[in-house]
Write a protein that binds this ligand. Structure first.
Ligand code: AMP
Length: 279
């Protein structure tokens, strides 16, 4: 496994590959867990070589505190990547990516960016778009893998690729969960013992909401979810929304021809957790 910190060196390596070598790419922010590894394993099967980037991208954090406290476990990450047969790891510094101008490009994602995460994390998706576009330019992948854990991000990346005509296939991957249902996340390691014990309530509520959605309208389901969290001593609901899977617009009238998904963001103390479920 080769590890590069410089753009030039990783590009040189990629340019030296035989023509026709299929490159699978998995961008991450590190603190890797089995959710990340599931993306890499899929990329291994579908490509000749797999490139993983580890970069805690400053421009996608709306809260400085969250950026500073983001878990960093680079030694463990590298040994995990080696164990799953990753070929190339790209670990740039912020200076390497942004030079002295740590700023986002502004994007128009046809409104996808104004929903849910976009409402609560100002500038987040401009930051995501900026880094992913830059990484695609550097790595020039054939296929790139993104988790449905960040479903809105997945849709936004698809939109960016389509609007900018970037020649890469974007592949969405299932949410990988702990045995108790909690969606794996690098942030889970920051939960206290009590918060960690409480956190599976999020997915349990989503699963129940899915059942309720079969017999109730979206407003009633939303009220039910809000009420469940109001009663909870450790978890605070930021938003619960049922939206059209493609447009991410909040549901108006339930139509059988449309696909819906429920999205949720919850605070356990200062730790913000997100999840979603197909309805
Ligand atoms: P992150 O390091 O949080 O930026 O995540 C890197 C990639 O891994 C993103 O495409 C995430 O959606 C994906 N990912 C994170 N957690 C999970 C999970 N539990 N299941 C599937 N994919 C995940």
């Amino acid at each position: 496994m080769l590890v590069f910190a410089k753009i030039k060196s990783v590009q040189q390596k990629i340019n030296s590959l035989n023509k026709g070598t299929k490159i699978g790419f998995v961008p991450t922010m590190g603190a890797l867990h089995r959710g990340h590894l599931s993306l890499i394993e899929k990329a291994k099967i579908e490509n000749n070589i797999v490139v993983v980037s580890i970069f805690v991208n400053p421009t996608q954090f709306d809260k400085e505190e969250d950026l500073i406290n983001y878990p960093k476990t680079i030694d463990k990450d590298l040994s995990l990547l080696k164990s799953v047969g990753c070929n190339i790891v790209f670990v740039p510094t912020a200076k390497e990516i942004y030079a002295d101008n740590i700023k986002s490009q502004q994007f128009d994602f046809d409104g996808l960016e104004h929903q849910m995460e976009g409402k609560f994390r100002k500038g987040h998706f401009d930051g995501v778009g900026t880094i992913v576009k830059r990484l695609f330019e550097i790595v020039t992948p054939d296929n790139s893998y993104f988790g449905e854990k960040d479903f809105q991000q997945l849709q936004i990346i698809k939109k960016m690729v389509q609007k900018n005509q970037i020649p890469v296939n974007i592949i969405g991957c299932d949410i990988f969960r702990e045995e108790d249902g909690l969606a794996m996340s690098s942030r889970n390691s920051r939960l206290t013992y009590e918060q960690r014990k409480a956190a599976p309530f999020i997915y349990k509520t989503l699963k129940q909401a899915k059942i309720e959605f079969g017999i109730k309208n979206a407003l009633e389901v939303t009220e039910w979810v809000k009420n469940e969290f109001e009663k909870h001593p450790l978890l605070e609901l930021e938003y619960f929304e049922i939206a059209n899977e493609e447009t991410l617009q909040p549901i108006e009238n339930k139509k059988t021809s449309q696909k819906y998904r429920a999205f949720i963001a919850v605070f356990a103390g200062k730790i913000r957790l997100i999840d979603n479920i197909s309805l």
